[in-house]
Each structure stands twice: as structure tokens, then as C-alpha cells.
Write a protein that binds this ligand. Structure first.
Ligand SMILES: [Fe+2]
Ligand SMILES: [Fe+2]
Length: 207
């Protein structure tokens, strides 16, 4: 058993996610598996701080990039096969497409029926103005997990454990900036997500 799972078990949990852990180890390439386990660990840590269920956070983190195993043409094939209705921006951008396809596959292939876990997977790239706590935790854990290395990540990681909404706002701002710089399609949900977070942060300051 790798370090990542034992880290989690050491946190006082008993390995209820072991089946998914072993399955992901088999199905994901080593780099994606490492990222997924780090997101799972980070999500469990954030869940402990913000009062969310740590097991579900760990599981959602572990499964969040399940769709990333597939290349863009296979992702599009799965959209057809599963009959998923998606907007044209998501369809044109594999970076976005792996999230909803991943959620559908986690449900179909792994039998996960927990709506919040499925939504956390579905919205982990775009965000959404209506995210619940678990979904927010996965969005953030994806970009601050221990293996991430970009300017400002340490500061953002620290902030994540202190101020969830401020950290999310920074994370979505970074993401929008990167999409613009690369000249890629910007999903409107990310803009709605950003505005909602900014309203919440400003509301908190006024109190
Ligand atoms: Fe992803
Ligand atoms: Fe990810």
C-alpha cells in the first residue's frame, strides 16, 4: 500500500475507501494516480477543517480525474454512447470534457450513486455558482494538492485551510487568467462561480 493511503489511515480513518484506492491504482497511470491520491488526502484534510465528511471527500478526490484516462476522441465517443447532454464549450474543450464524462463513468462503471460526489467530479474544472461544501473542497484540493508546483501555490495552500472562499476566489481567478493567456474557451460557469465567490467574500468583509 502506498504512502498516500497510509497517510489517510493515520488520520484515524479505517480504510473504507480501500477498494476504490486499489482500483484507481490499477486503472490510472502512475502520474494521474499520484495526483488523485494527493487530491484525496488534501480533500480529507480540508473536510476535517470545514466539517465535511472526510471519507466522502477522500473518495471524491480519488475519483475526480477518472475521465482523464481517456483521450479527447474517446471522451467524445463516451458522450455519444452515454447520451450526455453538454454545451458546445464543454464539447469543444477536452480539458473540460473529462469532468462530466468522468462523473458519468464513475456512476456507470464503479456504481457510485452519491449525488454530491458525482457533482464534485462533474464541476471540478469549471466550478459553478451553486456548489456545496464537498464540491468546493474538491475544486480547491485539485489545485493545491502537495504535488502542485506553480508560483503562489504555497500561499494558496495555506490560505485554503484558513479561508475557504478567499482561497477558492484566488484559485478560480488563477484558472480564468490561465485560460485567457492560453487563448482557450472560457466556460461561463467559471465566471458565475467567480462572481458568486467575490460577492460572498465582500459580504464577509462588510460584516
Ligand atoms: Fe481534472
Ligand atoms: Fe485533477
Amino acid at each position: 500500500m502506498g504512502n498516500f493511503m497510509s497517510k489517510y489511515i493515520n488520520m484515524g480513518n479505517t480504510g473504507v475507501n480501500l477498494d476504490y484506492y486499489l482500483l484507481m491504482e490499477k486503472k490510472l497511470d502512475p502520474q494521474l494516480f499520484k495526483h488523485s491520491t494527493e487530491v484525496a488526502n488534501c480533500a480529507a484534510g480540508l473536510a476535517r477543517v470545514y466539517g465535511e465528511d472526510q471519507d466522502r471527500a477522500f473518495q471524491a478526490g480519488l475519483l475526480h480525474d477518472y475521465g482523464k484516462r481517456l483521450n479527447p476522441s474517446l471522451l467524445r465517443e463516451e458522450v455519444q454512447r452515454l447520451g450526455i447532454k453538454l454545451d458546445k464549450i464543454t464539447l469543444a474543450e477536452p480539458q473540460l470534457l473529462h469532468a462530466p464524462v468522468g462523473a458519468a463513468l464513475v456512476r456507470e462503471e464503479l456504481g457510485v450513486e452519491d449525488g454530491q460526489i458525482l457533482r464534485a467530479i462533474m464541476y471540478h474544472t469549471t466550478g459553478s455558482p451553486c456548489l456545496g461544501l464537498l464540491e468546493k473542497i474538491i475544486y480547491l484540493a485539485d489545485v493545491v494538492e502537495e504535488g502542485r508546483d506553480y508560483p503562489g501555490v504555497e500561499k494558496l495552500r495555506e490560505l485554503s485551510y484558513k479561508d475557504l472562499h478567499m482561497a477558492l476566489l484566488t484559485a478560480v481567478d488563477n484558472s480564468i487568467r490561465r485560460v485567457m493567456e492560453k487563448g482557450r474557451l472560457l466556460h461561463p460557469l467559471s465566471v458565475f462561480f467567480r462572481n458568486e465567490l467575490l460577492l460572498q467574500v465582500n459580504e464577509g468583509k462588510r460584516r
